[in-house]
Every structure is written in structure tokens, then in C-alpha cells.
Design a protein around this ligand. Structure first.
Ligand code: ADP
Length: 426
């Protein structure tokens, strides 16, 4: 059977999160880093093309998304999914709005949804407002994000500022009534001139109903949550077998390491938990700015310790330290200095025999994967909600065991993630 679902993700860990969701729901899924340049492995039901477009200029993000769309349509995908973060990470200009509108225009479709909800990870949308755990988005750690600080939890307002078309709302009271009621609300919003609708969701049952209601939409824009309900649409249409084993991965081995560049609260806690019990090396952005050979020092430090078990290299810091660094050297320069250094360190670790690697942070993971020259990942079983183990697609088949990678979005994972994730590798 040919490809069913074609996804475009605005960052790498976001792409992996979505791919993991699809695997859990029974679709064999491959994540490609950028637009694929080679055929996908046999027996792939869904593909996620991961871009690094969350914080680039809107015109560039649109161009990349349209290039991905062209490939997906040529590959025969029946439905397109634009995936962004469950905390709706965007700058005031975009890129969620401009990319959604450009995809709609290219697909010649008048209507789509926007729904970042992921209740399993504490992201719920109610009356158009996004909650992170018990607090509004604007009161969560996201208000201090180094690249996309989110200071307004009203998603109808946030999205409306990014698009030309009118944005509506499908309230939870309607979502709770199920697929048919949601579909009727879509029709009413369209009649009212709306081009996009924020859709409330506070439970997995809501996500399943939304998924079912989206069966005939050429384009869905969402976090990874809505993907929960989409595979069932393909099953219902007789396009996807009921009994597929979707999460099988080849065996891996080698040393274990964690590279963390996220400053999100969850990652800060995970770094602290690992520092307490395992060797850890801190990458100092100011030392990088002074031109010191931090990368070399990190690799010499790691070289002696790799055979003793998992180790950690991190730049993660709390909001106060990040702000101090950004004030001295600028947010963008700090971000790229740290990303480049962590990517070089990850590459050095793999060259020194690391075969199982966790990377924390969306931008960080993007930089690492690029440096490692990986163009695609086969997606396996989940470690925690939103984070599966994956293996790098080998350039040639039959090579040495592939590299196992867990690419963790900054805010995801339990506090012991860096310590326990290894147990889930076969
Ligand atoms: P998340 O998934 O939490 O958003 P990202 O890796 O996408 O994590 O973004 C974190 C950004 O912060 C990256 O650009 C990273 O290089 C940068 N960064 C990491 N550590 C520091 C630090 N100590 N000071 C300033 N910026 C940092």
C-alpha cells in the first residue's frame, strides 16, 4: 500500500513526537529530516518531514513547507498534517499562521483546524485558551522561552494575528458531542467566513472525536494530539490493516550519552536528576563566546568516562542565567553558539563509540541530527508521551547496528527520563 498520511513538522523533536503518536496508533512511520532525497523504506504508512522552520522568517518557513508539500503530494499522500508544538510556539508573525494559509492555498482547500492540545502531556485547550498543566500558557515556563516566548494564552487571538483569513472556535461543549456535532460546527464556521478554527480538547476522547471529524479535510494543522484519531479513519476506509506491528526497531548497541540544550523546566529537572547520580559536563555559553575550546574539553572529559555508563553534556540553565547570557552576547548568538557546540560534541561522542544517544531540545536536536548527517529515522516505541526511541535510517542496508536516538522536546518526559529511557531499548 502506498503512503497514506503526509506530515510536515516545524521542528525535529516535534516531528518525532508526531511520528511516535502515529506508530502508537498503528501506522508504520518514518521521519525524514528535510524533504526526502531517496525512496522511503518499504511498508511505510506515514511520513513526517521535519523542517527547522519554527523560528525562521515567515517567507522562508512557507517556502520550505511548500517544498515538503510538493514531495508529499507526488508520493501520493491522501491527507496532509502540519504539526507544530503543543505550546503553540510561534513569534508574533508566525510561523503557524502563514504556513497554514500557504498550505491551504496550495491544496486549494477553504478550511482547516488548529489544535495544539495534547492532554496526555498536560496541554489542553478550553474556550480557545491553552493550558500547560494547571496554568494558562502565558503563566507557564513558556513565557520565558529563549526563542518563542508565549505571553498570550488565547489562541484565537494569537492565530488571528498571524493570518489573513478569519479564525473561529469549536468549543469543548461541541467537541464533547462527537464527530457529527464537530462536523456541523465546521460547516457553520465556514458559512460564517472562517478559514481556520481553533478546536478545544481536554481529553483523549476529544482528540479521537476531532480526528474522526477531520477524515475528509485535505489539511489538518495541530500538535501531535490530533494524530491519535487519524489512523482509524484510514482503517475505516480499508486502507490500513488492523494488526500491523508498527513499532519494531533493529537492535542497537554502543555507549550511552545525553546531550541537553533545552532550558525548558522539564529538562532543567531532568538535568538536575542526572547530575545527581551520573557524570555531567556543563557547556558554558560565555566560554564559547570567548572562543574557548569547550567542545574539545567536553570530548576529552567524556573519553575517559564513556565505558562507565551513561553520561551527560548540557548547556541547560534556568531562566535567570539564560537572560544574563542573552544580555551579554544576544539571544540568537547564544542559541547558535550552544547549538553548534552541542552538535559537535554529539558527533564526537558517536565517533567515540556512543551508539545510544538522547538529545534534549527541539533546536538542539535539529542541529545534532544535521551534524550527524542523518536524513531519516525509523520510529519505535514510546519512552514517555511524545518521545519514542528511533533508529537512524542507514544509507545502505546491512551496515553495522544503527544509532539509537531519542530526540526529546524540551518540556517532555518525566524527571527520571535521562536515567530510565535506556530500559526501553531492546
Ligand atoms: P526546547 O525544546 O526546550 O525549546 P531548544 O533546543 O529548541 O529547546 O531551544 C533552546 C535554545 O536555548 C537553543 O537555541 C539553545 O542553544 C539555547 N540555549 C541552551 N542553553 C543556553 C544557555 N545556557 N544560555 C542561553 N541559551 C541557551
Amino acid at each position: 500500500m502506498s503512503l497514506l498520511l503526509g506530515c510536515i513538522a516545524d521542528d525535529f523533536t516535534g516531528g518525532t513526537d508526531l511520528a511516535g503518536m502515529l506508530v502508537n496508533a498503528g501506522m508504520r512511520t518514518v521521519q525524514m529530516i528535510g524533504v526526502p532525497r531517496r525512496p522511503l523504506p518499504e511498508g511505510t504508512d506515514a511520513v513526517v518531514i521535519a523542517l527547522k522552520s519554527r523560528t525562521i522568517a515567515p517567507e522562508a518557513a512557507v517556502a520550505e513547507a511548500l517544498a515538503a508539500l510538493r514531495w508529499l503530494r507526488a508520493a501520493g499522500c491522501r491527507q496532509i498534517y502540519f504539526k507544530y508544538c503543543s505550546t503553540f510556539d510561534s513569534t508574533p508573525q508566525g510561523n503557524i499562521g502563514p504556513v497554514s494559509e500557504a498550505l491551504m492555498a496550495a491544496l486549494d482547500t477553504p478550511f482547516s483546524i488548529a489544535c495544539p492540545a495534547f492532554p496526555a502531556n498536560g496541554r489542553t485547550v478550553y474556550k480557545g485558551h491553552l493550558f500547560v498543566g494547571d496554568v494558562l500558557l502565558s503563566e507557564s515556563g513558556m513565557r520565558h522561552h529563549p526563542l518563542t516566548p508565549m505571553t498570550d494564552a488565547n489562541l484565537v487571538r494569537v492565530l488571528q494575528q498571524q493570518v489573513k483569513g478569519k479564525v473561529g472556535l469549536v468549543e469543548q461543549s461541541i467537541v464533547a458531542r462527537g464527530e457529527k456535532a464537530i462536523g456541523e460546527r465546521f460547516a457553520a464556521l465556514r458559512a460564517d467566513g472562517c478559514r481556520l478554527a481553533i478546536v478545544d480538547a481536554i481529553s483523549d476522547a476529544d482528540l479521537l472525536a476531532i480526528g474522526a471529524a477531520c477524515a475528509d479535510l485535505p489539511l489538518v494543522t495541530a500538535g501531535s494530539g490530533v494524530a491519535l484519531g487519524l489512523p482509524q479513519n484510514f482503517r475505516r476506509a480499508g486502507l490500513l490493516a488492523e494488526d500491523l506491528v508498527a513499532d519494531a526497531l533493529p537492535a542497537t548497541d554502543g555507549y550511552r550519552a545525553v546531550v541537553a540544550g533545552s532550558c525548558s523546566l522539564a529538562t532543567q529537572a531532568q538535568v538536575a536528576a542526572m547530575c545527581a547520580v551520573r557524570p555531567a559536563f556543563r557547556v558554558d555559553p560565555l566560554a564559547l563566546a570567548r572562543g574557548e575550546d569547550v567542545t574539545g574539553a567536553a570530548l576529552i572529559w567524556a573519553g575517559d568516562r564513556l565505558s562507565d555508563g551513561p553520561l551527560l553534556v548540557y548547556a541547560s540553565a534556568d531562566a535567570e542565567s539564560v537572560a544574563a547570557v542573552q544580555q551579554q552576547i544576544g539571544a540568537e548568538r547564544a542559541g547558535s553558539l550552544v547549538e553548534d557546540a552541542l552538535a559537535l560534541i554529539a558527533d564526537g561522542l558517536v565517533k567515540r563509540g556512543v551508539g545510544q544517544l538522547i538529545v534534549a531540545g527541539g533546536e538542539t536536536a535539529g542541529a545534532v541530527v544535521k551534524k550527524l548527517g542523518i536524513d531519516g529515522l525509523r520510529i519505535g516505541a514510546q519512552i514517555d508521551p511524545g518521545v519514542p526511541w528511533t533508529t537512524a535510517l542507514a544509507a545502505t542496508s546491512g551496515a553495522a547496528p544503527p544509532l539509537a536516538l531519542a530526540l526529546k522536546s524540551g518540556n517532555f518526559g518525566s524527571v527520571d527520563f535521562f536515567l530510565n529511557a535506556w530500559d526501553k531499548l531492546t
